[in-house]
Ligand binder design. Structure first.
Ligand code: XIL
Length: 372
């Protein structure tokens, strides 16, 4: 599997909206779990209302966590926290192509279904992640040389089949993940090379055909602050909208680091897209730090998490805020960024860090200039 090692090496500075959430159904989801369905060790109803999930519901915001399973969903403490604090889940890996189709034609949705069952049992929505990406592709696909026509056929089959399998069960799909380079040029992925930039519109159309009610997103990192990349995304979605291609949202991954300045332009960047009539979402928030952890670093992290959530809350159509991994024990950061970690609001032992308190504060207070 290839992982982008150059990722986020930043040099620079650092529906209404709610009606798109399918009205009453999502209102129920937002208001979430009860002690009865949260499972063993779960919190009381009063705790629910005071946690992230309860507070976010009052602001009309879905709050999500990326889930790694198995075996995490078998851990009672993990399950209880996930149910109590979050109204949305994203699959950390289990809906990616290498997991769902490890051998050509051998579709395995066991892990994805497991997560789906957890989500529906706890009234959480699912953000599907992801249909078209250049990473975590199955070996049968990457190890062989294909013609462009073959790749077009393979991609169409994959997008249509996976979207159809989860039809009606995902609230939104990250249909396209990470289409651009940092300078705003197209990333020359296997899909771009075979189909050209038209792969984006095609994939959106295929996904829409297979699951007409799912919200379809384009998702990328550094859109928070990188103007060249945000401009490229803006030009792409404007063009798609003009041509009537089904696209409903733009996902800002939100991978931040305390060694960089806080990405101050994020609110303006979010609003550019909502100005086009799209939803936006923070889809993979985390705030990494060079290790070891210190109190000062945790304070900066808390500040960044709080500001990023406040930015989403300030934008009426910022529909969800998802944290990439429940705790520091479930984060991708240490495996990818050497010497860095501690990127989530809970420590390795699932104890809340200062960032958790700051997220709650952000949910409690309306910032100046907020659209909601
Ligand atoms: C990461 C997962 O968290 C890791 O477990 C996996 O090894 C690699 O992928 N951007 C994305 C996510 O869109 O899918 C990535 O998830 C993190 C970066």
């Amino acid at each position: 599997m290839s992982i982008r090692l150059g990722l986020h090496r930043r040099t620079g500075p650092g529906v209404g909206a709610r009606s798109v959430l399918a009205g009453a159904v999502v209102a129920t989801l937002l208001f979430g779990t009860t002690a009865a369905n949260a499972g063993p060790g779960s919190a009381t109803r009063a705790d629910d209302l005071d946690g992230l999930r309860g507070l976010a519901a009052k602001r009309g915001l879905l709050i999500g966590s990326a889930v790694y399973n198995p075996p995490l969903l078998g851990d009672a403490r993990y399950r209880a926290l996930l149910a109590r604090e979050f109204s949305a889940v994203s699959p950390g890996n289990v809906m990616k192509w290498d997991t769902v189709e490890p051998e050509r034609g051998m579709v395995d949705l066991t892990a994805a279904d497991h997560m789906m069952r957890f989500a529906s049992g706890h009234r959480q929505i699912v953000r599907g992640h992801t249909l078209v990406w250049h990473n975590q592709l199955p070996y049968w696909l990457t190890q062989k040389t294909w013609s462009d026509a073959d790749l077009a056929t393979i991609l169409e089959k994959h997008v249509k089949e996976e979207a159809a399998k989860f039809r009606g069960r995902v609230y939104a799909w990250d249909v396209i993940n990470e289409p651009f380079n940092e300078d705003g040029t197209w990333r020359e992925t296997i899909w771009y090379k075979a189909l050209g930039p038209g792969y984006v519109a095609k994939a959106l159309q295929w996904a829409h055909e297979a699951d007409p009610r799912a919200k379809l997103y384009l998702n990328d990192y550094n859109l928070e602050w990188n103007t060249a990349k945000a401009d490229a995304m803006y030009a792409l979605v404007s063009d798609l909208r003009e041509r009537g291609v089904p696209v409903h949202g733009v996902g800002f991954q939100g991978h931040l680091g305390i060694q960089y300045d806080y990405p101050a332009p994020v609110i303006d960047h979010l609003r550019r897209f909502t100005g086009l009539g799209l939803d936006v979402a923070i889809t993979e928030a985390d705030v990494r730090m060079p290790l070891p952890v210190t109190d000062a670093k945790l304070a900066t992290q808390a500040d960044y998490f709080g500001r990023l959530l406040s930015a989403c809350l300030a934008v009426r159509r910022c529909v969800s805020f998802t944290i990439w991994g429940l705790s520091d024990a479930h984060s991708w950061v240490p495996g990818v960024f050497a010497g860095q970690g501690a990127a989530t609001p809970y420590d390795h032992d699932l104890r809340p860090k200062p960032a958790y308190a700051e997220l709650r504060e952000a949910l409690r207070h309306r910032v100046a200039g907020s659209e909601r």
